[in-house]
Design a protein around this ligand. Structure first.
Ligand code: COA
Length: 162
Protein backbone atom coordinates (compact mmCIF):
# COMPACT_ATOMS: atom_id res chain seq x y z
CA UNK A 1 0.00 0.00 0.00
CA UNK A 2 1.49 3.33 -1.11
CA UNK A 3 0.94 6.10 1.41
CA UNK A 4 1.92 9.77 1.38
CA UNK A 5 1.79 12.66 3.80
CA UNK A 6 0.67 16.14 2.76
CA UNK A 7 2.03 18.46 5.48
CA UNK A 8 1.16 22.09 5.97
CA UNK A 9 0.01 24.66 8.45
CA UNK A 10 -3.45 24.76 6.80
CA UNK A 11 -4.44 27.98 8.61
CA UNK A 12 -7.02 27.52 7.13
CA UNK A 13 -7.28 24.87 4.38
CA UNK A 14 -7.93 26.55 1.00
CA UNK A 15 -9.44 25.53 -2.30
CA UNK A 16 -5.85 25.24 -3.59
CA UNK A 17 -4.93 22.75 -0.87
CA UNK A 18 -8.07 20.73 -1.60
CA UNK A 19 -7.13 20.53 -5.28
CA UNK A 20 -3.74 19.04 -4.32
CA UNK A 21 -5.35 16.64 -1.80
CA UNK A 22 -7.89 15.36 -4.36
CA UNK A 23 -5.17 14.77 -6.97
CA UNK A 24 -2.84 13.07 -4.46
CA UNK A 25 -5.74 10.83 -3.37
CA UNK A 26 -6.02 9.65 -7.00
CA UNK A 27 -2.34 8.67 -7.05
CA UNK A 28 -1.77 7.15 -3.59
CA UNK A 29 -3.67 4.44 -1.71
CA UNK A 30 -3.79 6.65 1.37
CA UNK A 31 -3.01 10.35 1.89
CA UNK A 32 -2.49 11.63 5.42
CA UNK A 33 -3.01 15.38 5.57
CA UNK A 34 -1.01 16.47 8.59
CA UNK A 35 -1.49 19.83 10.30
CA UNK A 36 2.01 20.82 11.39
CA UNK A 37 3.76 23.65 13.13
CA UNK A 38 5.54 26.28 11.03
CA UNK A 39 7.87 27.99 13.49
CA UNK A 40 7.79 31.20 11.42
CA UNK A 41 4.00 31.63 11.63
CA UNK A 42 1.54 32.71 14.29
CA UNK A 43 -1.76 30.95 13.75
CA UNK A 44 -5.29 32.33 13.49
CA UNK A 45 -7.07 28.98 13.89
CA UNK A 46 -6.14 26.45 16.59
CA UNK A 47 -4.73 23.12 15.46
CA UNK A 48 -8.02 21.49 16.48
CA UNK A 49 -10.02 23.98 14.39
CA UNK A 50 -7.78 23.39 11.37
CA UNK A 51 -8.33 19.65 11.77
CA UNK A 52 -12.13 20.13 11.93
CA UNK A 53 -12.07 22.24 8.75
CA UNK A 54 -9.86 19.73 6.90
CA UNK A 55 -12.08 16.81 7.95
CA UNK A 56 -15.18 18.59 6.65
CA UNK A 57 -13.47 19.65 3.40
CA UNK A 58 -12.25 16.11 2.65
CA UNK A 59 -15.20 14.04 3.87
CA UNK A 60 -15.91 12.99 0.25
CA UNK A 61 -12.47 11.33 -0.01
CA UNK A 62 -12.38 7.80 1.46
CA UNK A 63 -8.60 7.40 1.39
CA UNK A 64 -7.73 10.72 3.07
CA UNK A 65 -7.03 10.93 6.79
CA UNK A 66 -6.40 14.08 8.83
CA UNK A 67 -3.84 14.22 11.63
CA UNK A 68 -1.99 16.78 13.75
CA UNK A 69 1.69 16.73 14.69
CA UNK A 70 3.80 19.46 16.24
CA UNK A 71 7.10 17.62 15.78
CA UNK A 72 9.55 17.19 12.93
CA UNK A 73 7.96 15.98 9.70
CA UNK A 74 10.53 13.22 9.17
CA UNK A 75 9.98 11.93 12.74
CA UNK A 76 6.25 11.78 12.03
CA UNK A 77 6.91 9.88 8.80
CA UNK A 78 9.09 7.32 10.57
CA UNK A 79 6.45 6.80 13.26
CA UNK A 80 3.69 6.42 10.65
CA UNK A 81 5.81 4.37 8.22
CA UNK A 82 5.30 6.86 5.37
CA UNK A 83 8.12 7.59 2.91
CA UNK A 84 6.61 10.15 0.51
CA UNK A 85 5.91 13.84 1.11
CA UNK A 86 3.43 15.61 -1.19
CA UNK A 87 3.81 19.33 -1.78
CA UNK A 88 1.98 21.65 -4.14
CA UNK A 89 3.83 24.19 -6.28
CA UNK A 90 2.00 27.38 -7.26
CA UNK A 91 4.87 29.35 -8.78
CA UNK A 92 8.66 29.70 -8.99
CA UNK A 93 8.83 31.14 -5.45
CA UNK A 94 7.23 27.97 -4.08
CA UNK A 95 9.70 25.98 -6.18
CA UNK A 96 12.75 27.78 -4.72
CA UNK A 97 11.51 27.33 -1.17
CA UNK A 98 10.27 23.75 -1.53
CA UNK A 99 13.45 22.50 -3.19
CA UNK A 100 15.43 23.57 -0.12
CA UNK A 101 12.87 21.99 2.23
CA UNK A 102 12.90 18.76 0.22
CA UNK A 103 16.71 18.64 0.38
CA UNK A 104 16.74 19.24 4.15
CA UNK A 105 14.18 16.47 4.65
CA UNK A 106 16.17 14.15 2.35
CA UNK A 107 19.37 14.91 4.26
CA UNK A 108 17.86 14.06 7.65
CA UNK A 109 15.78 11.13 6.35
CA UNK A 110 17.45 9.68 3.22
CA UNK A 111 14.76 7.02 2.78
CA UNK A 112 12.09 9.66 2.14
CA UNK A 113 11.25 11.60 -1.01
CA UNK A 114 9.18 14.64 -1.88
CA UNK A 115 6.74 14.51 -4.81
CA UNK A 116 5.48 17.80 -6.26
CA UNK A 117 2.11 18.48 -7.83
CA UNK A 118 1.76 21.67 -9.87
CA UNK A 119 -1.22 23.78 -8.76
CA UNK A 120 -4.02 24.17 -11.24
CA UNK A 121 -3.82 27.75 -12.61
CA UNK A 122 -7.05 28.99 -11.01
CA UNK A 123 -5.58 28.38 -7.54
CA UNK A 124 -2.14 29.94 -7.91
CA UNK A 125 -3.11 33.25 -6.28
CA UNK A 126 -4.72 31.59 -3.24
CA UNK A 127 -2.86 31.43 0.07
CA UNK A 128 -3.94 30.90 3.65
CA UNK A 129 -2.62 34.34 4.60
CA UNK A 130 -4.74 35.85 1.81
CA UNK A 131 -7.77 34.08 3.26
CA UNK A 132 -6.92 35.33 6.76
CA UNK A 133 -6.71 38.87 5.38
CA UNK A 134 -10.12 38.50 3.69
CA UNK A 135 -11.58 37.23 6.98
CA UNK A 136 -10.21 40.29 8.80
CA UNK A 137 -12.20 42.51 6.41
CA UNK A 138 -15.37 40.38 6.38
CA UNK A 139 -14.85 39.76 2.67
CA UNK A 140 -16.51 37.00 0.66
CA UNK A 141 -14.45 33.79 0.85
CA UNK A 142 -16.30 31.94 -1.92
CA UNK A 143 -13.81 30.41 -4.34
CA UNK A 144 -10.96 30.74 -1.85
CA UNK A 145 -11.94 27.99 0.59
CA UNK A 146 -14.12 24.91 0.06
CA UNK A 147 -17.71 26.19 0.20
CA UNK A 148 -18.78 23.48 2.69
CA UNK A 149 -16.56 24.95 5.43
CA UNK A 150 -17.77 28.55 5.15
CA UNK A 151 -20.26 28.21 8.06
CA UNK A 152 -17.63 26.62 10.34
CA UNK A 153 -15.09 29.34 9.53
CA UNK A 154 -17.65 32.07 10.23
CA UNK A 155 -18.52 30.46 13.58
CA UNK A 156 -14.85 29.99 14.54
CA UNK A 157 -14.00 33.65 13.88
CA UNK A 158 -17.22 34.90 15.46
CA UNK A 159 -18.85 36.39 12.36
CA UNK A 160 -22.43 35.92 11.13
CA UNK A 161 -21.28 34.92 7.66
CA UNK A 162 -18.31 35.30 5.32
N1 COA B 1 -2.82 26.10 -2.85
C1 COA B 1 -3.02 27.19 -2.09
N2 COA B 1 -2.15 27.60 -1.14
C2 COA B 1 -1.04 26.86 -0.97
C3 COA B 1 -0.78 25.73 -1.73
C4 COA B 1 -1.73 25.35 -2.71
N3 COA B 1 -1.54 24.29 -3.50
N4 COA B 1 0.41 25.23 -1.34
C5 COA B 1 0.85 26.02 -0.36
N5 COA B 1 -0.02 27.00 -0.14
C6 COA B 1 0.11 28.11 0.80
C7 COA B 1 0.00 27.72 2.24
O1 COA B 1 -1.34 27.83 2.70
C8 COA B 1 0.89 28.73 2.89
O2 COA B 1 0.15 29.95 2.97
P1 COA B 1 0.54 31.10 4.01
O3 COA B 1 2.03 31.26 3.99
O4 COA B 1 -0.16 32.24 3.45
O5 COA B 1 0.03 30.64 5.36
C9 COA B 1 1.99 28.97 1.88
O6 COA B 1 1.44 28.58 0.65
C10 COA B 1 3.23 28.19 2.14
O7 COA B 1 2.90 26.81 2.17
P2 COA B 1 3.94 25.77 2.76
O8 COA B 1 5.30 26.06 2.22
O9 COA B 1 3.40 24.41 2.58
O10 COA B 1 4.04 26.21 4.29
P3 COA B 1 3.11 25.78 5.46
O11 COA B 1 3.30 26.77 6.55
O12 COA B 1 1.72 25.54 5.02
O13 COA B 1 3.72 24.37 5.91
C11 COA B 1 5.26 22.98 7.12
C12 COA B 1 5.07 24.26 6.30
C13 COA B 1 4.34 22.96 8.34
C14 COA B 1 4.99 21.78 6.25
C15 COA B 1 6.76 22.96 7.57
O14 COA B 1 7.02 24.10 8.35
C16 COA B 1 7.08 21.71 8.36
O15 COA B 1 7.39 20.67 7.77
N6 COA B 1 7.00 21.81 9.70
C17 COA B 1 7.31 20.69 10.58
C18 COA B 1 8.75 20.83 11.16
C19 COA B 1 9.72 20.32 10.12
O16 COA B 1 9.87 19.14 9.90
N7 COA B 1 10.41 21.26 9.43
C20 COA B 1 11.21 20.90 8.29
C21 COA B 1 12.61 20.60 8.64
S1 COA B 1 13.58 22.05 8.76
Amino acid sequence: MKRAVYPGSFDPVTQGHLNIIERAADIFDEVVVCVMKNVDKQGLFSYGEREVLLKKATEHLDNVRIDISTGLLTDYMREEDIDTIIKGLRNSQDFQYEVDMARINKRIAPDTDTAFLISDPQYTMISSSGVRELIAYNADLKGFVPECILPEIAEMVGKDQL
